[in-house]
Design a protein around this ligand. Structure first.
Ligand SMILES: Cc1cc2nc3c(=O)[nH]c(=O)nc-3n(C[C@H](O)[C@H](O)[C@H](O)COP(=O)(O)OP(=O)(O)OC[C@H]3O[C@@H](n4cnc5c(N)ncnc54)[C@H](O)[C@@H]3O)c2cc1C
Length: 433
């Protein structure tokens, strides 16, 4: 029996250090420099952030998602999940710890599929935390249905020429390079006919039409670009992996990415619960603190139990990935936690906001910002419905139709079967007596 929910003491020490460090050193950056985490460090921020990154390196926690061959410690997904439960409370923490999306996934696929030259040019600076990258797949007319993708890349001598539009390409604004998915063979299904390209952001023809922001962000803060790829010419060796391999590559990337979102969302739910409990113990109304009202107690119990269920599934899925090292084999649970994430975040944050009354919905509490992560989590890396379909498909693989007209649990048939079994058993026992 190897079921064990404990954390080895050496790693627990690192987690304890990370928790204090994020609270004392990193969270001030969230308050003083919001929305600057995905911008290259300027003269004001470099002297503050570089030493913090160094501290993280000294603790052996830099880029904890990576294996040793890429400069990480090879902790695996379970330890990463425990760390992300701490980092997920802060916008800046993933940057300071070198584990921010989408760079984690982008680094993973270049490490997996890139040539030596591509690794030197694109991966190295990414791992050093010196540049940002962008994953450019969604199109304005189609996100969750890639069959409608129209961005094309055509071979012209020693070059590829990319034409088309991409939408919600996160961090394109500050990225050094883009990983662009484009159709290279329109005569087959997009799943076989699309390829990935590494495109430096300053390549002529990469036209950032506008930078879309999330609800609540100022117009000039948007980080999700609408990009027109207008006759963008890149050398033949810009192809990442083989021609037609885009979706195989994307699966490598998205599997990990979805789990990492869920890990950080555990932190959001825990924070919401912490704020809820503090508030209801502090606020008195109609003769008692809110914590004494049964409706509120119900909310606390629901938030606690849902968080524990969600967290255990996230940790179990992370453990599965470490065991099997195969995202396909863990697809069912990855999709299950992806589909649960927006719901648990929504409910946990909602209850906490509500218990804070007017203050909860104000811009003087972090709750409204946390609440936005629920609708974001329901579409980012594919909408909930798509993941539910995946879960159902995977679950159904373990079942068969019943052999006859009636379900196998149909009681009259089961009773008859039981009668026969008992009769045989009595005959056998009596016969042997
Ligand atoms: C914060 C954020 C960051 C993002 N970053 C990136 C990025 O860096 N790069 C990138 O390429 N993309 C990015 N995206 C885009 C994201 O991948 C897409 O939003 C997502 O794939 C859904 O596509 P869509 O927005 O076009 O919605 P649509 O495909 O139009 O879907 C809209 C709705 O239709 C319903 N729906 C869709 N499919 C089904 C179905 N099979 N069954 C039932 N209902 C369905 C769902 O309710 C869904 O929400 C980001 C999105 C967000 C919100």
């Amino acid at each position: 029996m190897a079921w064990d929910f404990s954390t080895e003491p050496e790693f627990q020490e690192k987690l304890d250090w990370a928790r204090d460090f994020v609270r004392d050193r990193v969270e001030p950056l969230d308050l003083l420099y919001p929305h600057r985490q995905f911008h290259p460090l300027d003269d004001e921020l470099r002297p503050i952030v570089d030493p913090m990154k160094q501290k993280v390196r000294d603790m052996g926690l830099w880029a904890a998602h990576l294996g040793p061959e890429l400069g990480g410690k090879g902790y695996g997904q379970l330890k990463l999940a425990l760390l992300n439960e701490i980092l997920g409370v802060s916008m800046w923490a993933p940057i300071v710890f070198g584990t921010q999306a989408p760079d984690t996934g982008n680094a993973e696929i270049i490490a997996h599929y890139g040539t030596e030259e591509q690794k030197q040019r694109y991966l190295r600076p990414l791992l050093d935390g010196e540049v940002f990258s962008c994953y450019s797949m969604t199109e304005p007319q189609a996100g969750s249905d890639p069959q409608q993708f129209t961005t094309r890349a055509e071979r012209d001598g020693d070059e590829w020429v990319i034409n088309g539009w991409k939408f919600f390409s996160s961090n394109a604004r500050t990225a050094a390079f883009l990983i662009v998915m484009a159709v290279t063979n329109p005569d087959v299904s997009v799943y076989q006919g699309a390829s990935m390209f590494l495109v430096p952001t300053d390549t002529p023809g990469v036209d950032m039409v506008r930078h879309v922001g999330l609800a609540g962000e100022r117009e000039d803060e948007g980080m999700h670009a609408l990009i027109h790829y207008d006759n963008v010419r890149v050398p033949a060796d810009s192809l990442l992996g083989g021609e037609g391999q885009a979706f195989t590559i994307a699966q490598t990337r998205l599997g990990g990415g979805r789990v990492h979102h869920a890990m950080r969302s555990v932190a959001t739910c825990q924070r919401a619960l912490d704020l809820l409990c503090e508030r209801v113990l502090s606020r008195e109304t109609q003769g008692s603190v809110l914590a004494k009202k049964q409706f509120i107690q119900g909310d606390i119990a629901d938030s606690y139990a849902e968080l524990q269920q969600f967290r255990l599934l996230v940790l179990y899925t992370a453990w599965e990935i470490d065991q099997y090292k195969d995202y396909k084999r863990t697809r069912k649970n990855i999709a299950a936690i992806k589909m649960l994430t927006p719901k648990v975040v929504h409910d946990a944050v909602w209850r906490s906001m509500h218990a804070h009354g007017a203050l909860g919905v104000s811009n003087e509490m972090p709750l409204a910002g946390m609440w936005m992560t629920a609708p974001v989590m329901s579409v980012v890396d594919g909408p909930t419905e798509v993941h539910k379909v995946t879960v159902a498909r995977e679950v159904l693989k373990g079942y068969h139709p019943s052999p006859g007209l009636w379900p196998t649990a149909h009681l009259p048939a089961k009773r008859e079967e039981a009668r026969q079994k008992v009769a045989e058993w009595i005959e056998h026992t009596v016969g042997n007596a």
